[in-house]
Write a protein that binds this ligand. Sequence first.
Ligand code: PMP
Length: 427
Amino acid sequence: MTSRSETLFQRAQKTIPGGVNSPVRAFRSVGGTPRFLERAEGARVWDADGKDYIDYVGSWGPAIAGHAHPAIVEAVREAALKGLSFGAPNEGEVVMAELICELLPSVEMVRLVSSGTEATMSAIRLARGFTGRDAILKFEGCYHGHADSLLVKAGSGLLTFGNPSSGGVPADFAKHTIVVDFNDLQQVEEVFKARGDEIAAIIVEPVAGNMNLIKPQPGFLEGLRRVCTQYGAVLIFDEVMTGFRVGPQGVQGLYGVTPDLTTLGKVIGGGMPVGAFGGRRDIMQHIAPLGAVYQAGTLSGSPVAVAAGIVSLQLTRAPGFYEGLTASTQRLVSGLAAAAAESGVCFSADSVGGMFGAYFTATVPTSFAEVMGADKERFNRFFHAMLDAGHYFAPSAFEAGFVSAAHSDADIDATIAVAREVFAALG
Ligand code: PMP
């Protein structure tokens, strides 16, 4: 019998390219039919056929408090009743900006936008305007949204499509983007020695989450800080994924390295479209209308989205929030690794706060090359067996996973129990 997801997918492909509005959703790398989701609550999502899943995607990060948290939904309802959008300043934006500046000491001023892509694109423009330089340095496998100059050797969907960059990006734009290996400080230093006075910024996912999960090696982030200070380049931490996900002050708090600019998204919108970029006051003052770097948005600081974001951030401030989230995520990764070991499956797993990596590699990878060496075919079989059994992991071997505060120990243990059987069958 044809499922409703299959029917909807067929229908969607007639009017939406690939049937999806963001490529990874299409299940291209794992094969099969993407589940059309109808409803989500807490740690669970329900598909169009009424089947429920324990969800480890969490809308790719935002759902840190669990899906449809009642306090967030209520804040959205209340805000919507007062008007969906004003195109004029409103108090919620100020509260949100104050909250971000209070929570992240490196952020003295912040501008709200509507997506992570806008945040990184604007931060890059700002760094270029501030320094008067054109080049930027990024790392292979790091994804920073889909602005032209950042689509060079990027991660996420571009990895699963085996397409290191995108059509439609003029070589004249891409030539300003220098790409080196994540966790290889020596390469960074060599590039700066040769071209340091041309480079406006280093942009980095300080814990990489778009080539599965890769932690920075000791000294890597500190080295980036040192090089940027030495050469007058702007250090941008793209914390769209990691911000308020790995801990109360993002990666910068966890590793004690202070960027000049930070980009945010996902958690700060609590499921609504919100992004932000912020940082040093002297840099942020170059943004229009104070300065010459233009940046704008009809729906920026949307009162409804901001209402959701404020509550999302407030929920993370509950005592023990990150301790609980971190412990749940560790419970999942250690349980998965132990289950795989029982069956002798070549598998490893790691986590930082509420995000995790699950790799079909013998040891936890520390580089892009190592992650690309994972057994993709085995991952695909694992993914589908878990999905069939009601456990929804990211449909790609190269994406990080997410746990929420709504995941109970029982949810996680149920996932591990199923994984044990799946690993045994993978053998
Ligand atoms: N930066 C990072 C680190 C991301 O993970 C993402 C999205 N996954 C983006 C930027 C782009 O954000 P958005 O999809 O909201 O445009």
